[in-house]
Design a protein around this ligand. Structure first.
Ligand SMILES: [Zn+2]
Length: 102
């Protein structure tokens, strides 16, 4: 993300990134069981880098730029991305958020 003053940003916004962004690289779904040492991973299913699904409607996203919903903690300046959205769900669920990176 380009450098911006944290105070200029709202606590939640949409950040558009290319579908080749590192957040979509080398992902996997891990399966596990609770063991004596905590969660023990029993299987790992890789997710193809180009397979991006909307977290609201589960539709495959084929756009070149992907909408990420970003939460900003202004005290620590840390960000948390909790969903990728298709254009339709972005407009339906988060039309009030500003969009950065278009
Ligand atoms: Zn969607």
């Amino acid at each position: 993300m380009e450098k911006k003053d944290v105070n200029e940003l709202p606590s939640q916004f949409i950040y558009k990134v290319p579908r080749t962004h590192k957040i979509f690289q080398n992902r996997s779904i891990k399966f596990g069981v609770f063991g004596k040492q905590g969660i023990e991973i029993t299987d790992v299913c890789p997710i193809p880098n180009n397979e991006i699904i909307c977290d609201w409607c589960n539709t495959p996203i084929t756009d070149e730029k992907i909408n990420l919903v970003v939460h900003l903690d202004k005290f620590s300046s840390k960000t948390l991305v909790d969903q990728a959205l298709c254009e339709r769900c972005k407009k339906k669920k988060y039309s009030e958020l500003i969009v950065i990176g278009e």
